[in-house]
Write a protein that binds this ligand. Structure first.
Ligand code: PRP
Ligand code: URA
Length: 207
């Protein structure tokens, strides 16, 4: 299932991000800002426990997060969302999965994987700005589950119906949170209208 974060503050920032004339510095800043909002929603139902806090006036019954949070950026573009999520949850642990889409087949190829042990029993948040065919996200979830993760959510910036469906079929237990669910994929498996190649735009590797 995919949940769309259609708050005007998010949509305003996304409009600037999509603009072909937005340079990599501003693109990166916007990725950080949008990630914070989308993650905020994604963590809405995270497990909490009651704690009693002594205020200067009286004891207060409060709630604190009661699960290990593990953020897993899909390299390389996922790194562009890491700063935003760590501003929201500074104590989160970070794991990595390195994947790229083969240019011919468009299938994801894994080149790196490293997860902290807290993925077992904790809450894992996969971050990647683009969920296109969904292949990379499905493989990232496969790796996490094989390593013992049980509770996984995906936070992206832009996705599309084809990608959402692939993840839903392969991993019906995993929720996707996105700032946009766009129209379709083009023949090169890029999201339309999308925002182009997120990795290149984040890291300034376009010509
Ligand atoms: C992009 C993007 C996702 C993937 C999405 O990464 O960041 O990881 O493509 O496509 P999919 O849903 O069809 O699998 P890319 O392979 O371009 O690598 P990069 O992050 O290193 O640029
Ligand atoms: N990867 C991207 O960076 N953009 C897309 O539209 C699809 C895959």
């Amino acid at each position: 299932m995919a949940l769309l974060i259609d708050h005007p503050c998010v949509q305003h920032k996304l409009a600037i991000m999509r603009d072909v004339d937005t340079g990599h510095k501003r693109f990166r800043e916007l990725a950080t800002e949008i990630t914070k909002f989308v993650c905020y929603e994604a963590l809405k139902n995270v497990k909490t426990k009651e704690v009693i806090v002594q205020t200067p006036i009286a004891k207060a019954s409060c709630q604190k997060i009661d699960t290990d949070l593990v953020v897993v950026p899909i390299l390389r573009a996922g790194i562009g969302m890491l700063e935003g999520i760590l501003e929201l949850i500074p104590t989160a642990r970070v794991g990595f999965v390195g994947l790229y889409r083969d240019e011919e087949t468009k299938q994801p190829v894994t080149y790196y994987e490293r997860f902290p042990p807290q993925i077992k029993g904790g809450t894992c948040i996969i971050i990647d700005p683009m969920l296109a065919t969904g292949g990379s996200t499905v493989v990232a979830i496969d790796h996490l589950k094989k390593s013992g993760a049980g509770n996984i959510v995906v936070v992206c910036i832009v996705t599309c119906p084809e990608g959402v469906e692939l993840v839903e079929v392969a991993h019906p237990d995993v929720r996707i949170y996105a700032a946009a669910i766009d129209d379709h994929l083009n023949e090169k498996k890029y999201i339309v209208p999308g925002l182009g190649d997120a990795g290149d735009r984040l890291f300034g590797t376009t010509h």
